[in-house]
Structures are given as C-alpha cells and as structure tokens.
Design a protein around this ligand. Structure first.
Ligand SMILES: [Zn+2]
Ligand SMILES: [Zn+2]
Length: 326
C-alpha cells in the first residue's frame, strides 16, 4: 500500500473508496505489541488511511484464555472484566481525535468482543456503559475452548469431529447474531486458521447449509460482515471469509461490509485492506464505516474542482446525506 491508493485509485486505475482499517489491536491486548493509540494513528497517516477504528479485545472465558482475560494498562496486567481500563481506552482515543482529526484522520472507538452465550449479561453491561462507534462480534472459542489460539486449540480439534465443530461453531455464531449485540461479525470462518491442519480441505465446506440461515438472520437485523485480511500474513488462502462465503452473505441480503487488518503491531496496520475493498467492489458491494453504532457507506472520493462541476455537486449531496445518516 502506498500514497497512490490514498488518491482513490486501485492498481488498475479504478476509482476506489478511501482506505480504512476497522480491526486494530493497540497495546491493551496482551497478544498485541505494546504500542499506543497515538503510534497507530501516526502510522495510519503515513499509510494514507482515512479512518482507523480501534477494536481492542474483550474476552472473559474463565478457563482457556490465559492471556486474553487480562489487558495491559499503564504497563500492568489487569483483569478485563474490571472495566475501568475501558475508561482509559476512551480517553486515549479522545486525545488521538484531538491530535489527528486536523490531519484528516478519523479515529473511531470500537471493540472486538469474544462471544459465548453465558457472557451475554457481561457483554450487555459493557455495551451500555461505553459509547462505542463499532462493535465487532467474534467467535474465538467453542465449548469454552479457544480455537483461535495455537496453544489451546488442539484440545478441541483433537477430540472433536468436523461435525462437532460445525455444530458448535455455527450454533455459537447463530446465538451471537440473535443476541443483537454486534454491528458486524469478525472473521466468520476463523475455524479455518488452525482447523485446516486437523481436518484438511474438508474444513473449506463445513459452512454449506449452516451459514445461510444465519446470514439471513443477520441481514434481517442489518448486521454486517467483516473482511479480515490477517490471513494474508499467515499464509492462509483467501481472506476471512472466503469468497464463497462472502457470496452467500450477499445472496442472503447482507449489505454492510467492513474491512480490517486485525493488526496486532504497527507493521500490520492497513495490510491488504486495499485488496479487500477491491474485492467488495468487484462483488458490487460497498465498504462501510460506523459512527456511534450507525453504519454509513464510504463512497469513492469526490471529483476534483477541475473536473465536471455537476458530478462534484452530486457527490456532495451524497456526502451530506451520509453525514445525516451517521
Ligand atoms: Zn478475533
Ligand atoms: Zn482481532
């Protein structure tokens, strides 16, 4: 990615929506580099991102998330369920807004919540207590065991058949959608990341027949879907989710899509988001941002003053409508 992209054109010279990254883990997450929100904003400006949305982890699984049940605050580890750290998180985001908005960077306060049905009361408390712009729902664990953590996942994958995984994962995903907590579903085929080594190619098709009704429910609720580009740096084929799953989402009526790198360090910020945006546009879909939990489309940049005035006026009208919506 380079500044050329920021001008609003992709590799083929086609006008593209502005670059955004809606999945970023600053140093509060123990599995992320110890970097501040300001560090990420500086890097975002260097990369020419128009928006950065921080989505720090919130996990609260009792047994199997040795690191994720804690967060890093002022260099110390504190339990994630003691929510005062989120006040600090919001203050840091507010300071970043003061510092970077003038430079043209929009800074959003999001969160990535690991969903399990027994956590619903806790999640509700978090969501009613803080003014998030964007709430990502993720299935990181099934039956209380992490499937997204290399250390913990063999415990599940070794014991369970592909049918067990299908039932457990999509059952949890269905509950996550029906909970109504989430603006968008993160990396919806995350089970592929480590599951491939245990189940082989068959893991690419376990969604068939199961994910469609869940997507239909998501579409009814205007819940969105993320394209998560972290697969590219992990040597995993296709983004999360695969093109086949994206197509099923579109067919089910999902219209809201975000893109995110799932950056856990500065060098991962904005990784491959341009390609994810191109993929959406190729599929006739638009990329969305969120403000105070309300989605808005990120249209391709307006035409410059030297170009057709009529088209510019039309673009401005769309922009103002977008602002009213957001
Ligand atoms: Zn995640
Ligand atoms: Zn993440």
């Amino acid at each position: 990615m380079n500044n050329h992209d920021y001008e609003g054109f992709d590799k083929t010279g086609t006008r593209q929506a502005p670059l955004i990254d809606y999945h970023v883990h600053p140093g509060y997450s123990l599995d992320a580099a110890h970097r501040s929100i300001r560090d990420y904003c500086r890097r975002a400006l260097e990369l020419g991102l128009k928006e950065i949305c921080f989505t720090t982890h919130l996990e609260n699984e009792p047994d199997h998330f040795h690191t994720n049940n804690e967060v890093r605050l002022h260099g110390r580890r504190v339990p994630s369920y003691q929510l005062h750290w989120l006040e600090e998180y919001f203050k840091e985001i507010e300071r970043a807004r003061d510092n970077f908005t003038g430079d043209g960077l929009i800074v959003k306060a999001g969160i990535e919540i690991g969903y399990s049905s027994h956590l619903e009361e806790f999640i509700e408390r978090v969501l009613t207590g803080f003014p998030f712009d964007f709430v990502l729902g993720a299935i990181h664990s099934v039956q209380g065991t992490s499937i997204s953590n290399l250390k913990d996942c063999p415990e599940y994958f070794r014991l369970c058949t592909l049918e067990d995984l299908r039932e457990d994962y999509f059952g949890t995903l269905e509950n996550a959608v029906k909970s109504g907590f989430f603006d968008c579903l993160a990396h919806v085929d995350l089970y592929r990341r480590y599951g491939y080594d245990f189940y082989g190619e068959d893991i690419y098709t376990i969604h068939r027949g199961f994910i469609e009704p869940i997507f239909e429910e998501a579409a009814r609720r205007r819940t969105g879907l993320e394209i998560n580009t972290s697969t590219a740096r992990r040597g995993i084929e296709e983004f999360h989710p695969t093109r086949e799953i994206l197509q099923l989402a579109v067919e089910a009526g999902i219209e809201i899509f975000t893109v995110g790198s799932d950056a856990h360090s500065l060098d991962e910020l904005g990784d491959h988001v341009s390609e994810a945006i191109s993929l959406l546009e190729e599929m006739g879909q638009q990329v969305y941002g969120f403000s105070r939990r309300q989605p808005y489309t990120l249209l391709p940049p307006g035409l410059s003053e030297s170009e057709d005035k009529k088209q510019e006026a039309k673009h401005k009208r769309l922009e103002s409508r977008k602002n009213i919506k957001s």
